[in-house]
Design a protein around this ligand. Structure first.
Ligand SMILES: NC(=O)c1ccc[n+]([C@@H]2O[C@H](COP(=O)([O-])OP(=O)(O)OC[C@H]3O[C@@H](n4cnc5c(N)ncnc54)[C@H](OP(=O)(O)O)[C@@H]3O)[C@@H](O)[C@H]2O)c1
Length: 263
């Protein structure tokens, strides 16, 4: 009975920001779990194309790059149009691309605020809206389509230094149950994962010197005493997008080794 419930066999998936970090980890996981096609998107062509080639070699499914900037509605529309041209339906959308911004409140610029909200909050909402038909056209209540938003443990912070970032991620968590209800009649499930600290380009400055006081202090503070890695995020994403997770909707899954409990 439980033999294949984590299988992604035959699924067509899109992961924004899939060239590095969490997006690339989920892409690898989906392909290893049997996905037919995983589209990954990013701005930097070289890194994206290289990652797509690398991931196409890990399993039978194909990893396909789509270059583009999702910080504007034009970029969102261009990605949706490209997917509409290539596919008749989609099974999975992971709204993962995001930017980490920070600094003291006194130095926060309106353009930084807008850039953070645009990429982390506005674009995922409107990409979901624009891909709604592709996501719903083949979905059934037994085999629903999935949308995953990537929030953050920072959604639970009240820390001045990450005001724009934490507000954008808190809003992402707020949006998820509302969209889950809005899309339930179309058999589209909407959930969020809220990661704690993971190895990625965004956090490289914090972990690349493993002996640094800052990194060691972080590990001491996180109840799991480690950063999250590919198996942690891929495992949860596969669960949410396979038969195993097809009764979850409107949920925010904290994936942080207990990090939020000590903030
Ligand atoms: N790492 C963590 O500890 C952590 C914790 C909590 C939440 N998160 C969230 O996880 C998600 C992934 O972050 P990550 O840590 O994996 O960071 P990452 O390694 O920096 O990856 C970010 C990805 O997004 C793409 N991207 C950035 N700006 C973009 C834009 N304007 N348009 C299109 N693509 C863009 C990047 O490629 P290009 O730069 O080439 O465009 C890259 O593929 C983010 O939403 C982040 O907030 C991460």
């Amino acid at each position: 009975m439980i033999e294949n419930i984590f299988s992604m066999a035959g699924k067509v998936c899109v992961i924004t920001g899939g060239s590095t970090g969490l997006g690339s980890y989920m892409a690898q996981g989906f392909l290893e779990a049997g996905a037919s096609r995983v589209y990954i998107t990013a701005r930097s062509e070289d890194t994206l194309v290289k990652k797509a080639k690398e991931l196409s070699a890990v399993a039978e499914g194909e990893c396909i790059p789509i270059i583009g900037d999702l910080s504007s509605i034009e970029g969102v529309e261009a990605l949706a149009a490209s997917l509409q041209q290539k596919e008749k339906h989609l099974d999975v959308l992971v709204n993962n691309a995001g930017i980490g911004t920070g600094g003291p409140f006194s130095e926060l610029k309106p353009e930084t605020w807008d850039m953070t909200m645009d990429l982390n909050l506005k674009s995922p909402v409107f990409l979901t809206q624009k891909l709604r038909d592709l996501l719903s056209c083949k979905a059934t209540s037994e085999d629903p389509s999935r949308v995953i938003f990537i929030a953050s443990v920072a959604a639970s912070y009240s820390i001045e230094g990450v005001l724009a970032y934490s507000t954008s991620k808190n809003a992402v968590e707020h949006v998820v149950p509302t969209l889950a209800l809005a899309l339930c009649e179309e058999n589209i499930l909407v959930n969020a994962v809220s990661p704690g600290r993971f190895f990625s380009e965004m956090t490289r400055g914090a972990w690349q010197d493993a002996e640094s006081e800052r990194y060691q202090a972080e590990l001491a503070r996180i109840p799991a005493h480690r950063y999250g890695d590919i198996k942690d995020i891929a495992g949860v994403a596969i669960m949410l997008c396979s038969r195993a997770g097809s009764y979850f909707t409107g949920e925010v899954l904290n994936l942080d080794g207990g990090h939020r409990l000590r903030h």
